[in-house]
Design a protein around this ligand. Sequence first.
Ligand code: ATP
Ligand code: MG
Length: 264
Amino acid sequence: MSTEGSKVEAETAAVEKPVITVEKLVKKYGDRTVLKGVSFDITPGQVVALVGPSGGGKSTALRCMTGLEPFQEGAIRVGDARLSPGPLASHKRELQRLRLESGLVFQTWHLFPHMTALENIIEAPVHVKRVSVEKARNAAKVLLEKVGLSHREGALPRNMSGGEQQRCAIARALAMEPKVLFMDEPTSALDPQRVGDLVELLEHLTESENLTFVIVTHEMKFAQKLADRTLVLYEGHVIEDGHPDDVLASPKDPRTRTFLGMDD
Ligand SMILES: Nc1ncnc2c1ncn2[C@@H]1O[C@H](COP(=O)(O)OP(=O)(O)OP(=O)(O)O)[C@@H](O)[C@H]1O
Ligand SMILES: [Mg+2]
């Protein structure tokens, strides 16, 4: 990550080198091909919403990019980690690298139930990055403040609201200082008020951190508010790629129009 703070430099780099490259990705479950040669580049700092009908392959694409699923053809690069086809067990080094480059916030957060908010956040920096406990605690406190959770530092997940648990999970992912943060349906378990809070938090993070977001969502309003790019994944193909204002307001592909309920 650049510490120079040169915006121009960062922008030039953004144009030149994508932080994520997905090339002709093919993913099969048994005989079924779920991703049929998906390709896209994502530049640093972009906020990308991955949308499309149920079963289109959004979560699968995310799982491949986060090293949770093996794939059969193509290539994925996230930061300096390169993933290639074949069993996950044969790519241990690159998967380790991937864990340092990216964070993942699951739909249901997956916090460690027996640990407090603060302990959840320092777990990976201490045990994976070998940061001292004191340093990790200090960094965690800054993150808790950032996600508006300072007052819940000592709370166990079961005593936190859904929105609080989610913000804790975001802080936990950020504690590893990832280049990319992946999120699968972050709004699905939140009430409308909490969705607004999440938009605000993520907007704040995109402004203050040198972070790239890839967010799978079903909420078009959420995508429109937050993202500067929308990819529509339909039956294993990217059928639309552009600014949400264009893609969601005047899609080119008739299948996107149908998906958005614009055919009447
Ligand atoms: N572990 C699995 N084994 C077999 N098929 C799977 C598996 N996971 C997903 N699939 C299939 O792959 C296709 C894509 O699923 P995926 O979960 O990526 O869709 P999605 O776009 O995330 O959908 P949703 O919006 O409903 O979450 C679906 O047809 C699904 O049934
Ligand atoms: Mg899904």
